[in-house]
Design a protein around this ligand. Structure first.
Ligand code: FE2
Length: 374
């Protein structure tokens, strides 16, 4: 099977309107330290907090923001708390991909009527700044889509959280919004979850990559990308394919212990400045050998940037029929080889860097080899 690239049909009939990503919540072992990492290394501002000091006894949550990206880092204060169980099993990872909707009750009713499994029923939370309605549906692994209705809320994040700010001066690194968010699922699970997004949440299939597109000498995977009605949300779904050695998807599943979020791609308008700052802040990126740059311009043609800058920072380049893109991948950001980040700058291109898959997967294999998991 060959790669199919198909633009989602533009239609007025969006059967599940979503305005965009509301927030991404991580369950972590130590939210206080993780919050400092995201401020110091990734340039996020601390904007809100909930914990015992605000009347919430069992867990703490730190809310961080940069551009339109909002992360929530939550940790348990007692061993029998759900977050503690989740972290013991999965390590630090993404629990919630929250979707911003106009009517959370209606969205929940539609999703469950179409077969979505409920995570929790709709409920209201209020404070002096107004009211929020939330509901939850389950997706792959233990990941949840919280549906957030915030049209009657004017506070900084949600009722129960108090506004706060970073203790130290934070320098933003230019991250603007979540470009896409990738899930790794078990062998055979990709089509099931693509169908879930298509039939329940009204997403369209954008692109299919098979194991001929995404393979090296040793490892392979398959991937399909789905996108919501307005195109703001893109979810690639990966599953492992048969290779000579263990694929990076299998390694992820072995360590995360279930399907889950593999990487979050965040967009910047100036990847050279962003990556320069991230490297200075101590963020670790995958290494791509210098020979990648020897013939890359033959493949991608003219680019506005100085190739020496891209080479120095190890930024990858790819082109499709609409333009080109620049991208780079961090190493995992927690102890287990699970969640990592992609930094992406789109200069017209709407695809995902297919031309870089080989270089990227070889870079991941070098890391797997060091971990003894290839
Ligand atoms: Fe990506």
């Amino acid at each position: 099977m060959d790669t199919i690239t198909k633009e989602a049909q533009k239609t007025n009939l969006d059967t599940f309107p979503i305005n965009g990503t509301d927030y991404i919540e991580f369950y972590v072992g130590n939210a206080k330290q993780a919050a400092l990492y995201y401020q110091a290394a990734f340039g996020f501002e601390l904007i809100a907090y909930r914990g015992p000091e605000t009347g919430y006894r069992d867990a703490v949550s730190y809310v961080l923001q940069q551009g339109k990206i909002r992360f929530v880092l939550s940790a348990a204060l007692q061993p029998d708390h759900e977050i503690a169980r989740h972290v013991a099993l999965h390590g630090d990872g993404v629990k919630v991909l929250a979707l911003w909707v106009d009517d959370a009750r209606d969205a929940y009713a539609k999703a469950t009527a179409r077969g979505a499994e409920s995570a929790f029923e709709p409920y209201e939370i209020s404070d002096d700044d107004g009211t929020i309605v939330v509901a939850g549906i389950k997706t792959y692994g233990e990941t949840v889509h919280t549906l957030v209705e915030r049209k009657d809320y004017h506070g900084v994040f949600m009722p129960g959280f108090t506004a706060c700010s970073s203790m130290r001066k934070v320098t933003p690194v230019g991250l603007k919004y979540v470009d896409h968010c990738v899930g790794n699922v078990e062998l055979g699970g990709m089509n099931k979850w693509v169908k879930f997004y298509q039939e329940i949440l009204g997403f369209k299939l954008l692109i299919t990559f098979d194991d001929k597109d995404i393979s090296t000498k040793y490892t392979a995977l398959m991937s399909k990308v789905v996108s919501n009605g307005n195109g703001y949300i893109k979810f690639p779904i990966n599953e492992p394919a048969q290779g000579l050695k263990k694929s990076q998807i299998e390694e992820y599943l072995d360590f995360y212990k279930s399907a889950g979020v593999q990487h979050i791609a965040v967009a910047t308008d100036n990847i050279i400045e962003t990556v320069d700052q991230l490297r200075n802040n101590g963020v670790d990126f995958l290494y791509v050998p210098d020979n990648y740059y020897e013939d890359v311009l033959d493949r991608v043609g003219h680019i506005d940037e100085d190739l020496e800058d891209l080479k120095r920072l190890n930024i990858l380049i790819d082109r499709d029929e609409d333009g080109y893109l620049l991208q780079i991948f961090t190493k995992p950001v927690q102890d287990r080889p699970t969640v990592f980040y992609e930094i992406i700058q789109r200069k017209g291109a709407r695809s995902f860097g297919k031309g870089n898959f080989k270089a990227l997967f070889e870079a991941i294999e070098r890391e797997q080899e060091l971990r003894g998991t290839l």
